[in-house]
Design a protein around this ligand. Structure first.
Ligand code: ADP
Ligand code: MG
Length: 345
């Protein structure tokens, strides 16, 4: 048996943003362990503009209360990173980013430091500077015409410029007055929930925050958790599976969310060089890492970089991760996944 992310349709501004499954978890062993019944407790809810699904050992002390708290933690996390919510910590920070160094609230430090680091190390493929460009895409649905390339170019700082993040203070380059953390927030939130679940005594957990999967603990029946990477063209099929004892799998793909404008689809991962949907030859990329925040940022970065540049970053050893690349031509994985990645026939 499998669980599958369900699709939903969301309205963001006028442009419809469609969410769809990117990963499929095989959890057969959780339902029928060899030694009788392996029971789990589960919950699902919408937060951070995506479907969140959590499964834990039913024997976790106060399992139902623990799951309820997971929802609370996710909402608290959203209130840190949601640039569209005026009440969020990020909105408060954006309000004071005016070209001078602004103090970053402690709650945002880890994520902003990680985001600024990945931005540099990906040579700008991952960018926190896209807030105004994203707003343009969201409002493009109203006129039903895609934004002009010139108007997007005006909203982008020089591609060779980076944010300075030193001693807890953030300075943005000229031409950028606010930031977006959409490419990293879900991974950070999921990581907070995983930390809580471990502390609460869950013997295992399986979490899905849209395209971000996390697994930890002793899988009932033994063996690793098997995570299916979906076929970009068919949500019922997988291109392969990755077996994982614990950690995070973050998938960024061109089919996951998109703006529908004038009958055309424009996917939501933008190339910071021009503000248009990235076309790097990848249909999707899955990043496997023990750090959920980095896994999320890196999957967005690698999707924009394309396979060749992604492999350069992999080989540089700057970050510890493995990856699965899906192109129209096929599927391939980094060497560290040998024996753990199984392509579908
Ligand atoms: P998903 O939201 O489907 O999990 P990602 O993790 O790849 O996908 O993040 C995409 C989100 O990140 C976008 O909705 C937008 O808010 C933001 N974003 C888009 N392009 C980039 C980029 N090049 N770098 C960083 N963030 C981006
Ligand atoms: Mg991401």
């Amino acid at each position: 048996m499998t669980i599958r992310d369900r699709s939903r349709t969301a309205k963001q501004g006028q442009a419809a943003v469609i969410l769809a499954a990117s990963v499929i978890l095989s959890v057969a062993m959780l339902l029928s362990g060899c030694s009788g019944e392996a029971r789990y407790a589960a919950c699902s809810f919408i937060s951070m503009d995506t479907l969140v699904e959590i499964k834990i050992d039913a024997a976790t002390p106060d399992a139902e209360a623990v799951l309820k708290r997971c929802r609370g933690i996710t909402e608290e996390q959203r209130l840190l990173y949601d640039a569209d919510d005026p009440a969020s910590a990020l909105s408060a920070l954006n309000a004071v980013l005016d070209g001078k160094a602004a103090a970053v609230p402690a709650d945002l430090e880890k994520v902003i430091a990680a985001a600024a680091g990945v931005q540099r190390d990906s040579r700008g493929a991952f960018s926190i500077f896209l807030r105004d460009v994203i707003l343009k895409w969201k409002s493009a649905g109203t006129s039903d015409t895609p934004p002009e390339r010139e108007e997007l170019a005006e909203l982008l700082p020089d591609p060779s410029s980076y944010a300075e993040y030193v001693h807890g203070a953030l300075t943005l380059p000229a031409g950028c007055r606010r930031i977006d953390l959409g490419g990293i927030a879900k991974g950070a939130a999921e990581e907070s929930v995983v930390e809580y679940l471990k502390a609460a005594g869950a013997s295992y957990g399986i979490l899905s925050f849209g395209g971000n999967i996390a697994v930890f603990g002793e899988k009932p029946g033994g063996g690793g958790f098997v995570i299916g990477i979906r076929d970009p063209d068919d949500g019922r099929k997988t291109v392969g599976t990755v077996e994982l004892d614990s950690g995070y799998v973050s998938v960024s793909g061109d089919y996951e969310r998109y703006y529908e404008i004038g009958g055309e689809r424009y996917h939501h991962i933008l190339d910071p060089a021009d503000g248009y949907p990235a076309e790097s030859g990848l249909r999707s990329v899955a990043v496997i890492a023990s750090d959920g925040t980095l896994a999320d940022a890196l999957s967005t970065a690698l999707f924009v970089m394309g396979k060749e540049r992604a492999l350069e970053l992999y080989e540089s050893g700057k970050y510890e991760f493995e990856a699965v690349f899906v192109t129209d031509g096929g599927v391939s994985a980094t060497p560290g996944l040998e024996g753990r990645f199984e392509p579908s026939r």
